[in-house]
Design a protein around this ligand. Structure first.
Ligand SMILES: Nc1ncnc2c1ncn2[C@@H]1O[C@H](COP(=O)(O)OP(=O)(O)OP(=O)(O)O)[C@@H](O)[C@H]1O
Length: 699
């Protein structure tokens, strides 16, 4: 069944006889009943274009004729006719803006309230989150994060009288076609766009040019009580096995690894917070990264999913900030944070923020998070109250900088989490713009830190532009390798049998938390609907859902209300959800590194997990070779049929990568250029933790 077939199926869903039961319970708005949440309009703060807006428009938008959205010769090139800025803010749903009948997807377990009004609901309880019954388009479904909350096209029904898929009860709030006005949800107010014509940005998506509804969703504040702040899950039985993983540090004069938190010599408050967080032992990436960062070095660190990379950068940064002293938070129109952390998805950056809040608890360091899909004015207000660490998705960050709410002069630390993603074609231009923004300290006057579980060679090369030449490279285990705590199974399943197989597996799994990955947003809706019809409690997350719904879906999954989460790759990276025991790749992703990230949602922090992937030879044969490599590197069984496919699609010179390059750059790519003899390479088990030996300089 091709994509078209899916369209047909979705347009004419086979509605089974079962109809999920749900309560027609509420006509209120939101869990807290705050039906008319008085969110201050972002324009109250200031939406006026500023000098920096001009810079952004002139300095970057003019680059529109540069190539075709790609990198060439280590340069970022940008080639969308609509200009750099527009492109860069289109990430999450850049293909959806021009939709005629934009589909707002999403699905929620059919036990929540429902309302009528959709032109096509696919039966009671199904297609619950699908905004606008006309919603199917043939646009590309690629998932990129941090774009504007799509205003949609002319008939873009953001919510044509449909139920709140989050079950918050803001149903029956039928918007008119076009979805403008009249709708209010939990912490959300959608009003007509002002029609102002400003530069193309995320802010614009919210405030003007596209005549779309303003996004005024204000995420609920995280709980303030200490217990919630330090809530954590247990490390698993394989946590101690981390010590046996081979670690390689390359670069010049690497400081020795530390073996304990005490050796890091952090301040008492930080140590207290580490204890309260339940950390007693360092993970390998922490053993190496913490001293490197404390020594003021730039770092590119690659370590398997779920192995504690977040604390590996947060702790030393916080320690430095405590040592050096930070400007105490005070209300100011423009804040100058000492640290900026960027990550590719909204949920991930929020998670990083919560970690920063946890570790900075009881200090005067104030972390702030801002991300797309929420009210811009809310982001600005958060910042104005004081900001030492700014956690942001790229689009929102550039908006805020453009509005001069953030000054960059004090930036000492720039962290790119999921750095390979942050530097690829989607976000690379944005990051490039960030580092060349007026006021941003040049790389020799800031510390730049990059973390990921995958680091394709070409991305490593691009990263050089951001890092000092003497940056250190830490590889924990195989770069790009899968976490060995995940038991991987690959099944050959043709596309027409996938649903049946999925249901069979989920029934066997029972109530255990499972993430099901699919390739497209519409398929996420479709599969979630289908599962609900099969009486499997399911929710979904993807880029066509409003932020409020995404957060609700994640919350329902986290708390176990919906043990199955159908997701696109928007949830593939970084998300740290307790007790995810299974990942199912209903569709395999197009690249092997995405596969590694997806299955890394389970088997975290020494816990064990299982990943099952449906391999359909027709679309997936290009993955056979890298998949065989990932499986064998992680000591997993490799099915004979998969080896055969890999062999028959053999590409001479293959070293585990995809057409994009060698994904398994098991070494710092500088070695390829400089020759091994010129690098300091120290390979050892983290348990031994010897001092790296200084030999020749590579640069
Ligand atoms: N030293 C430690 N002791 C106990 N738990 C830890 C330690 N370090 C990290 N953790 C916990 O392990 C989990 C995974 O950490 P984290 O999310 O930072 O992994 P990651 O390497 O960034 O994963 P990904 O590659 O998927 O982004 C988190 O719940 C975190 O709190």
């Amino acid at each position: 069944m091709g994509d078209e077939d899916w369209d047909t199926e979705i347009l004419k869903p086979h509605i089974p006889s079962f109809v999920p039961v749900f309560d027609k319970d509420t006509f209120s708005s939101g869990a807290n009943g705050d039906a008319f949440n008085r969110a201050t309009d972002s324009s109250e703060i200031s939406d006026a274009p500023t000098r920096r807006d001009q810079f952004m428009r002139s300095g970057f938008a003019s680059g529109r004729s540069l190539g075709n959205r790609g990198f060439s010769s280590n340069k970022f090139e940008e080639g969308d006719s609509s200009g750099f800025w527009r492109e860069s803010n289109d990430f999450e749903d850049n293909q959806t803006r021009s939709r005629g009948f934009a589909r707002r997807g999403g699905y929620q377990d059919g036990n929540d309230s429902e309302a009528s009004g959709s032109a096509r609901r696919g039966g009671r309880g199904s297609f619950r989150g699908c905004r606008g019954g006309f919603g199917l388009t043939h646009n590309s479904e690629s998932e990129r994060e941090d774009g504007p909350q799509r205003p949609g096209g002319f008939f873009s029904s953001r919510r044509t009288g449909l139920v709140d898929p989050a079950g918050n009860g803001d149903n029956f709030r039928g918007r008119s076609v076009g979805g403008r006005g009249g709708y209010k949800g939990f912490n959300e107010e959608v009003v007509a766009g002002s029609g102002r014509s400003t530069w193309k940005s995320e802010a614009e998506g919210e405030s003007g040019d596209f005549q779309g509804p303003k996004v005024t969703y204000i995420p609920p504040p995280p709980p303030e009580n200490e217990e919630a702040i330090f809530a954590h899950y247990q490390t698993g039985i394989n946590f101690d096995k981390y010590d046996t993983i081979l670690v390689e540090v390359s670069g010049h004069d690497a400081p020795p690894a530390i073996l304990t938190f005490e050796e890091a010599d952090l301040c008492q408050t930080l140590n207290n917070n580490i204890t309260k967080a339940g950390y007693t032992k360092l993970t390998p990436v922490q053993k190496y990264s913490i001293p490197i960062i404390l020594a003021g070095r730039d770092l590119m660190a690659c370590a398997q999913t779920g192995s504690g990379k977040t604390a590996a950068f947060l702790l030393p940064i916080l320690a430095h900030m405590m040592r050096d002293g930070v400007t105490a938070s005070r209300f100011k129109d423009q804040q100058e944070p000492e640290c900026i952390i960027v990550a590719p998805t909204r949920e991930l950056i929020n998670q990083i923020f919560l970690e920063a809040r946890k570790f900075s608890f009881g200090t005067c360091i104030r972390p702030v998070v801002i991300y797309g899909g929420t009210q811009l004015g809310h982001s600005i207000r958060q910042i104005m109250q004081g900001c030492n660490i700014l956690c942001a998705t790229p689009g929102r960050l550039m908006d805020i900088i453009g509005k001069e709410k953030i000054g960059l002069r004090q930036v000492r630390y720039l962290v790119l989490d999921e750095a390979d993603r942050m530097l690829d074609m989607g976000f690379g231009p944005e990051m490039k713009k960030l580092i060349s923004f007026p006021g941003m300290p040049p790389k020799d006057q800031r510390q730049t830190l990059m973390f990921s579980a995958t680091f394709p060679e070409e991305i490593q090369r691009l990263a050089g532009e951001f890092l000092k030449t003497d940056y250190l490279f830490v590889a924990v285990g195989q770069v790009g390798g899968a976490c060995s705590d995940v038991q991987q199974t690959v099944l050959q399943v043709g596309q027409y049998s996938k649903r049946e197989k999925l249901v069979e597996i989920l029934r066997n799994i029972g109530e255990e938390r499972t993430m099901v990955f699919v390739e497209t947003k519409k398929k996420a809706d479709f599969i979630a609907t289908f599962l609900c019809q099969e009486k499997i409690s399911t929710t979904s997350i993807h880029g066509d859902r409003e932020q409020r719904e995404r957060e609700q879906a994640l919350g329902d999954f986290r708390c176990g209300k919906c043990p199955v989460l159908v997701a696109t790759s928007v949830a593939a990276r970084g998300l740290d959800i307790e007790n995810v025991q299974h990942v199912i790749n209903f569709d395999l992703p197009s690249t092997i590194d995405e596969y590694v990230h997806r299955i890394g949602r389970t088997g975290r922090c020494g816990n064990i997990g299982k990943a099952i992937s449906f391999f359909d030879p027709e679309p997936d044969s290009h993955l056979a070779q890298p998949l065989v490599k990932v499986l064998s590197d992680a000591q997993q069984d490799v099915p004979a049929w998969l080896e055969e496919i890999a062999f028959s699609t053999y590409v001479p010179g293959f070293s585990g990568g995809t057409s994009r390059g060698n994904v398994f750059a098991s070494v710092d790519t500088r070695k390829s250029y400089q020759g091994k003899s010129s690098m300091n390479i120290v390979g050892f088990s983290s348990a031994q933790a010897p001092n790296p030996v200084d030999d020749e300089s590579w640069d």
